[in-house]
Design a protein around this ligand. Sequence first.
Ligand SMILES: [Zn+2]
Length: 203
Amino acid sequence: MPETYPKIDIYWSFEKDKAKEYKVAFSHLVFGQIDALGDSTVGVAIVEGMRRAIPIAIAKPGLFSDISSRLSMAALFSDDYFPAILLEQMYYDAMRTNPVVRTNIYHEIGHFFMKHVNRNPDNAREIAAGRAEAHQKGEVFWQEREADAFACHYVGKETMIAHLTELKRVTRKLAKIDRQFSNELSIHLEEIDQRIQLIQQAF
Ligand SMILES: [Zn+2]
């Protein structure tokens, strides 16, 4: 876990009264980020100590094949490896209408800030393997626990649990629609329950 927690500012395009602030935040994105994500960018996070602003974007179909099984993910993007937070459309809709769901952005930033997601060529494979191994043991992958604890620092335990409860609801809804991912989604539902338990026990 980090010794000090960075200041984090998050701006959303849908917050009409903050449209100007969003525009300023958007201007912090580098050309490659805007180029790759373009109109699908719906928010920007500025994290103290991180070299680049982090765009929050709706994942375009086919961009990341596993996005529907996750709803959201912290991803390193393009040849230049810039960070981005990608959201599945249904999850973004939930986020737009329910502020509690936006807790998840702190979780994803935690993955970047603690360098879980990094430029190591084996990174994605190691994360997938670590997650699968933890699931087999009936545990939550340590990176997920750390990212949850990171998010809790900003929003508190109650909000974190409310967010995970809502995440479960959206995941169930998606599982009904998207049969292709239903096995992965059921694994995720188990994991979310375990994460809620860990947060209840931890503080
Ligand atoms: Zn995570």
